[in-house]
Design a protein around this ligand. Structure first.
Ligand SMILES: [Zn+2]
Length: 296
């Protein structure tokens, strides 16, 4: 992992999930997302210590564990550190088994249940401007990937985007990254270029992009959504169950799945089904104990 300067007092630690860092004048610092494993959190901590940064605040963009499980490491070692998240993400931090329950629609299979202990959140961030350590940070709702995801614009006009948009590398690698609410994702993607900031940090791979390059990446993400929407609509010229749809989409796009990835793509395809149904483009029928989706 490396500490990379973005602008002014703003840095990020290049990691499997990039961690944003804002340094205050007294060398206190704010981390935006904390990675997944204890080992990753330990490496982040080592970088902070090497640079004499004193961790005082954590903001989590959303509660997927690759963005917030590292909190456990930091909360144990920095009891004075305050954790901030949006109120809508609260249940998932207090009851992380819900993440597996969303995938499995019940108490989850053992391998879908990451089962960390509860995370505590000290303060809930509403949309708007907040004073942290005497500096102003703007909190922007970015729903879609999760309902309560937030973006943060800091005093150096750097915006931390969480997983509201994916890098080209992520889309090429996973084809169809996780989405929970497709209508929200589309609205959020269209909104991103309106955010008044100079630089944007993506959570995975690409790292920092400028406001000039953002619209092109937005279009790349929207085009990928459109591609899968057309594929699903075409497949639903005939009635298919959700499970059949997952099979057809994964085989035709050469997507290889383990148990977790299967449930990620099933959730994302479910988000498409909800959206297409809301738009009046598909309907459903229950027949002989199966739920079929199809064009009207
Ligand atoms: Zn995520």
């Amino acid at each position: 992992m490396d500490l990379v300067k973005i602008n002014g007092n703003t840095y990020y630690i290049k990691a499997p999930t990039n961690a944003g860092v804002y340094l205050f004048d007294n060398r206190d610092c704010l981390l935006i997302d904390t990675c997944f494993t204890d080992k990753q959190a330990q490496e982040i901590d080592k970088i902070l210590k090497e640079n004499s940064f004193n961790l005082r605040y954590i903001i989590n963009t959303h509660t997927h564990l690759d963005h917030c499980r590292g909190n456990l490491y930091f909360q144990e070692r920095y009891p004075e550190c305050k954790v901030f998240a949006s109120e809508q993400e609260r249940p998932f931090m207090e009851h992380p088994y819900l993440l597996g329950a969303i995938f499995f629609s019940a108490s989850p299979l053992k391998h879908l249940d990451p089962a960390p202990p509860s995370f505590s959140v000290d303060h809930y961030l509403k949309p708007g401007t907040h004073d942290l350590g005497g500096k102003l940070f703007r909190v922007i709702p970015l729903p879609g990937h999760t309902r309560g995801q937030i973006g943060i614009v800091n005093p150096d006009r750097v915006c931390f985007l969480g997983d509201s948009i994916f890098s080209r590398q992520v889309i090429i690698k996973y084809s169809l990254p996780y989405l929970f609410d497709l209508e929200g994702s589309i609205k959020t993607l269209r909104f991103l270029p309106e955010i008044d900031a100079d630089c944007f940090l993506l959570s995975h791979d690409e790292g920092v992009i400028t406001s000039k390059d953002l619209p092109e990446l937005v279009n790349y993400n929207l085009a990928n959504i459109e591609k899968f929407q057309l594929q699903i609509l075409d497949l639903l010229k005939q009635p298919l169950t959700r499970e059949q749809l997952v099979k057809e989409i994964t085989l035709s796009n050469n997507i290889v799945l383990n148990l977790l990835e299967y449930h990620v793509i099933q959730t994302t395809i479910s988000a498409f089904l909800t959206y297409l149904n809301q738009e009046g483009l598909i309907t459903y029928t229950i027949d002989h104990g199966r739920l079929y989706f199809h064009q009207p």
